[in-house]
Design a protein around this ligand. Structure first.
Ligand code: OTU
Length: 634
């Protein structure tokens, strides 16, 4: 029986292969594409089998793959070849990321070219430009309400400008990342407009309901993303005369990914962007893609099967493209986005390490790094071919994703700790050094998140804060040292402070996340106190990192506590060399017994960040406030 099924599968697989060959026509690289089909076609078929039953779907996808490849430019085919030879490019220690809003970084796409030199000078090799495809008019959630995936926002340029920029970035050794907003579209997108006009085909692209029965049933288990500005997960649309699923803002309509047409539309969007020279797609809000009654409709198994399909399509048609998952979900769930079990090595290449970010801020506030080790300890292994995207700040708010089981390990109350962190970072706690803002208080749960730039949260700009710069750099040292792709949020490298001007901008005034999306002050880069010092120190850290092969992401970091609560160690055992990173998250000096370090990585006495030797006095190592050491054996 099994043999029969297997041989039946073999027949279909070879029939699909012949289809692909035929569709590729006289493409000079048809042989390469077929070799990739042989390597990754199985992932595609298995993924499809886990979600879709439409028998015509595979033929459509094969056609799309072949057409996209035939349209792929010579330089991008060369890029495919190079990346296949160096599939770990984003894992290497010389990979350094930078994320920016085009309009705030450079004005528009053509002007971004003028600042490539700045990025190179800093050491950046990966640029994430925040959503830049055509958005709806008016509020658009920072670009995450896309109206047209085939056009660039008119104020930023054209699709050709995008290709041109990608090419210039490639020449400068920089990869380009764009967002793929795939959980929802703007209510003004043509699919949504067609649905409203009564087109049933397009209505099936969305989750719509004639009355509240199903919405009420789903709501039982759903959480609120924007409880204040957009409460509830469903919106009544008068034109449609139905309720529409809107997880985020009421103008963002969730897509129905169980519809194979939605899959095929996104395959086309992905392949088009790849052919424009995009190297990495950030899969926005990917956790929410699949809905299942009785669950919180996040992290459903189908999400991973769909990612596997999309990943395989890209690998066959445009193999230089990689995926970065944006799943802000508990540590036990987030690892699945990098591929576990049957999906290992088949999903996203990168995923945001939200927990590390939150834990660093928690440690800095409490002057206690123990929780970092507790949380890190529970994080499961990721494939050696994947990497964490590590960061201290991004364009979003900070949600206090710290779990009760972790705080309880230290005898702390989870709720009280999260509440303390919110008070602390909004400057309401007496021991606070930070200048943040409250974001989206949830009246039902009392949860609060916070906003603010890294510099403002670290206390830069507060005259009494003697150690603010060291604090910021200590956080960044952890982000750079963890092993993964570190992402600098634009402005952090020159310590830009909160920018309250969003309050005067009608489409931003209700969204205080804009306080930490500052404009680059090119005319006066030293606008912020300590800008120069921070830039030089970040640049230096990048330089050291680039020359330290052992920071390659294929080897995991073990986070270990010490006998001093404010001191934590990141231990890295890479065959190219072992490393012991030491961080003191307190604004006071401490002494740690030298044997504790010796035991972790014997003989690690040279600090790569300063080039100096570790000083041991009477068997103790004295660590100044916010010390950050990357120790290696001499
Ligand atoms: C993402 O955010 C984007 O980063 C946000 O800028 C968008 O508003 C949102 O999607 C909608 O497109 O969905 O998986 O704290 O972390 O909104 C996580 C909430 C997301 C954000 C959440 C996030």
């Amino acid at each position: 029986m099994t043999t029969l099924i297997h041989s039946a599968q073999a027949v279909t697989t070879s029939a699909i292969r012949s289809d692909l060959l035929r569709e590729l026509g006289d493409d000079v690289h048809a042989g390469d594409v077929l070799a990739r089909w042989d390597r990754w076609g199985g992932d595609l078929l298995t993924g499809l089998g886990q979600v879709y039953s439409d028998p015509t779907l595979i033929a459509r996808l094969i056609h799309q793959i072949a057409m996209a490849h035939r349209a792929r430019s010579v330089p991008l085919r060369e890029r495919d070849r190079q990346r296949l030879l160096q599939p770990d490019w984003f894992q290497k220690s010389d990979a350094i990321g930078y994320a920016a809003y085009t309009e705030r970084f450079a004005g528009d796409l053509p002007h971004t070219i003028e600042h490539i030199g700045y990025l190179q000078d800093l050491g950046v090799t990966y640029l994430h430009l925040m959503p830049l495809l055509q958005t709806r008019p008016g509020p658009n959630d920072g670009g995450y309400a896309v109206m047209d995936y085939d056009e660039v926002r008119a104020d930023l340029g054209t699709m050709d400008d995008l290709s041109e920029l990608a090419m210039r970035l490639h020449d400068a050794g920089i990869s380009l990342t764009l967002d793929l907003v795939l959980n929802h579209v703007a209510q003004e997108h043509r699919w949504a407009r067609a649905a409203r006009a009564g087109d049933v085909h397009y209505r099936d692209y969305f989750w719509t309901f004639g009355d509240r029965t199903m919405p009420n049933a789903y709501e039982q288990n759903l959480t609120e993303v924007f409880p204040q500005t957009s409460p509830g997960n469903f919106t009544w649309d008068p034109e449609l005369g139905r309720w529409v699923w809107t997880t985020f803002n009421s103008y963002q309509w969730d897509l129905n990914w169980s519809n194979p047409d939605v899959l095929s539309e996104f395959v086309q969007i992905i392949l088009n962007l790849a052919n424009r020279g995009v190297d990495c797609l950030r899969l926005d809000a990917i956790a929410f893609l699949w809905k299942r009654l009785g669950t919180n409709c996040q992290n459903q198994p189908e999400v991973h099967a769909i990612t596997q399909i999309l990943r395989a399509v890209a690998r066959i048609a445009a193999p230089s493209l990689i995926f970065k998952a944006e799943a802000i979900v508990p540590p036990t769930e987030v690892v699945s986005y990098l591929g576990r079990g049957k999906h290992a090595g088949r999903l996203s290449d990168l995923a945001y390490h939200n927990s590390l970010m939150v834990q660093i801020w928690s440690a800095l506030a409490t002057r206690d790094a123990r929780l970092l080790a507790v949380a890190a300890d529970r994080m499961a292994a990721i494939p050696t071919t994947a990497a964490w995207a590590t960061y201290l700040r991004c364009h979003d708010d900070v949600g206090w994703a710290i779990e009760d089981c972790d705080t309880e390990a230290l005898g702390w109350n989870g709720w009280a700790h999260r509440s303390f962190l919110c008070d602390f970072y909004t400057g309401q706690h007496q021991a606070s050094f930070a200048d943040g803002l409250v974001f989206e208080l949830n009246p039902a749960t009392g949860d609060r998140r916070i906003n603010g730039t890294a510099a403002s949260l670290a206390g830069i700009g507060r005259p009494a804060e003697r150690f603010a710069v060291d604090r910021l750099l200590c956080g960044y040292a952890m982000v750079f040292g963890f092993g993964g792709l570190p992402l600098i949020f634009s402005g952090d490298e020159v310590a830009l402070l909160n920018d309250p001007s969003y309050l005067r901008e009608p489409e931003h005034t209700n969204d205080s996340r804009w306080v930490h999306r500052p404009r680059m002050p090119w005319a006066d880069l030293e606008a912020s106190p300590h800008a120069h010092e921070v830039f030089e120190r970040v640049q230096r850290m990048i330089h050291v990192r680039k020359n330290t092969e052992s920071l390659h992401a294929s080897v995991a970091t073990t986070v270990m506590p010490t006998s001093v609560n404010s001191v934590t160690c990141f231990v890295r055992k890479h065959p190219a060399g072992q490393m012991l990173q030491v961080y003191n998250v307190a604004d006071y000096a401490v002494r740690v017994p030298a044997w504790e370090f010796e035991q972790k990585v014997p003989g690690a006495h040279v600090d790569l960040l300063t080039g100096s030797m570790l000083t041991v006095t009477d068997g103790m190592v004295e660590l100044p406030p916010y010390a950050a050491l990357w120790l290696v054996p001499a």
